[in-house]
Design a protein around this ligand. Structure first.
Ligand code: NAI
Length: 417
């Protein structure tokens, strides 16, 4: 096989080595193929780890249709390698425009999937809005990210959901690891590589102290950054304060920050009034799902011109001579920059294992669920945690009989007070 665009002779090989839970699924389900007869739609950032997940769904018997969840994060060599396999169909290519991205998702939905594994609720929202006949036949879905859960909650509130969806993002085995450690490490790694600039000693402003923001802030501090957190929730702000970060409003932070990273899932977190205050050379980036956290139209309107001092960096020249440097066009900095590879594979192993379990549970175990948004059953979350520990060779304790009984009683007859 000749080397591919991204320089490897098998674009999935490296990721396979670091995703042992997915490997265990292929081994366990490869022979009797419990997903045989089902068509599973899969939307995600399309690179090696999601590629291994697609391969794993296929190994378990599903016919897989896949599309990107972000137009700019697709690795073409991975798409080509998957599309060449029997039973897997790509609705994706590298360098898609936003319109092509939308069209490809609609094309995919016209192939009538039984189950939808989504990232950002793009497929699930589109199937409800524009393919109601298809939606009526869908057995269920799973949603991978916080931004998608927010949309699903809005759909549930309006009572428009046509099928049950597992909120995979909200399960501990997803957000404790993917959002905190995955987003934390990969955002800072990609910022450092894109800028070839040091984090240590910089005033690093993290907008949002949810799971992602907490991971970014703690890892930035671990690299020597002077961390500042902005929040709208007083409890999260207090938590950041007690964790040792400086907390201030974005108005205040804008004046002192060297590096800004937003992870709020909200819009216009950095906007004109903040761009007015920022220092010359400030670096702006976003780790939230959609490219609306930095108000780009405002930045474009304010700047006299833009230049590209380095691949992945757009420099906005302000009329007063200040230069503001935007990374990855304000899209997910860990996934869409020129060097971005997304989260570390070991972390995506647990996230994608939970996505796989969501499909397996609804399609094979067939719980009788009304349309709506559901938490993943705790037994599935624990099962994936146990598999992960197994693959790491880590042993843990089990309750003794008396400890188990102790957790179930309320009178505590043996205590001395
Ligand atoms: P979360 O809900 O745990 O945290 C968001 C935090 O932002 C909350 O504490 C909220 O109070 C705060 N916030 C909201 N509006 C704000 C504003 N205007 N200013 C300051 N703070 C504000 O959500 P989580 O899990 O941390 O996800 C955040 C975003 O990151 C979502 O869009 C999610 O989809 C995305 N995400 C991105 C990943 C990546 O690979 N880059 C991976 C996982 C999630």
């Amino acid at each position: 096989m000749s080397p591919t665009e991204h320089g490897s002779d098998d674009p999935l090989a490296w990721a396979r080595d670091y995703t042992p839970i997915l490997e265990s699924f292929r081994e366990e389900y490869g022979e009797n193929q419990p997903l045989d007869g089902y068509t599973v739609a899969f939307a995600s950032h399309l690179e090696a780890k999601s590629g291994v997940t697609i391969e794993t769904l296929r190994a378990a018997g599903a016919e897989v249709l896949f599309a990107p969840s972000e137009p700019q994060s697709t690795h073409g060599d991975v798409v080509d390698a998957l599309d060449a396999q029997d039973g897997i169909t790509a609705f994706a290519w590298e360098g898609m425009t936003d319109d092509e991205f939308d069209e490809a998702q609609h094309d995919l939905l016209e192939h009538e999937p039984d189950f939808i594994l989504d990232d950002g609720c793009e497929l699930i929202a589109k199937v409800h809005a524009e393919h109601p006949d298809v939606a009526a036949q869908v057995i269920g879905g799973g949603e991978q990210t916080t931004a998608g859960i927010t949309r699903l909650e809005a759909m549930e509130e309006e009572d428009v959901l046509q099928f049950p969806v597992y909120g995979v993002n909200d399960t501990p085995m997803k957000h404790f690891f993917d959002n905190v450690h995955g987003t934390g490490e990969s955002s800072l790694t990609n910022i450092a590589i894109t800028t070839n600039s040091i984090i240590s000693g910089k005033d690093v402003v993290v907008a949002g102290y949810g799971y992602c923001g907490r991971g970014i802030a703690s890892k930035a501090r671990g690299m020597g950054g002077q961390t500042i957190v902005t929040e709208v929730d007083p409890r999260k702000a207090l938590q950041a304060h007690m964790d040792g970060h400086r907390v201030m409003s974005m108005d205040e932070a804008a004046e002192v920050g060297d590096l800004f990273i937003s992870a709020t899932g909200n819009r216009e977190v950095m906007r004109a009034e903040h761009f007015e205050q920022m220092q010359d050379g400030a670096i702006l980036s976003n780790s939230g799902h959609f490219d609306v956290e930095i108000d780009l139209p405002a930045l474009e309107e304010m700047a006299e011109e833009t230049t590209t001092p380095k691949e992945g960096v757009t420099r906005y020249h302000m009329p007063d001579g200040r230069r503001l440097n935007l990374l990855a066009d304000g899209r997910l900095v860990n996934l869409t920059g020129p060097y971005s590879q997304g989260h570390p594979a070991e972390v995506m192993d647990t996230t994608f294992a939970m996505m796989f379990m969501a499909a397996y549970d609804m399609l094979v175990d067939g719980p009788d669920l009304e349309p709506g948004l559901y938490n993943i059953p705790d037994r599935l979350d624990r099962a994936v945690a146990e598999r992960k520990l197994d693959t790491l060779g880590v042993n843990i304790d089990e309750f003794t009989e008396s400890q188990q009984a102790y957790t179930e009683e309320w009178e505590h007859p043996d205590s001395s007070f």
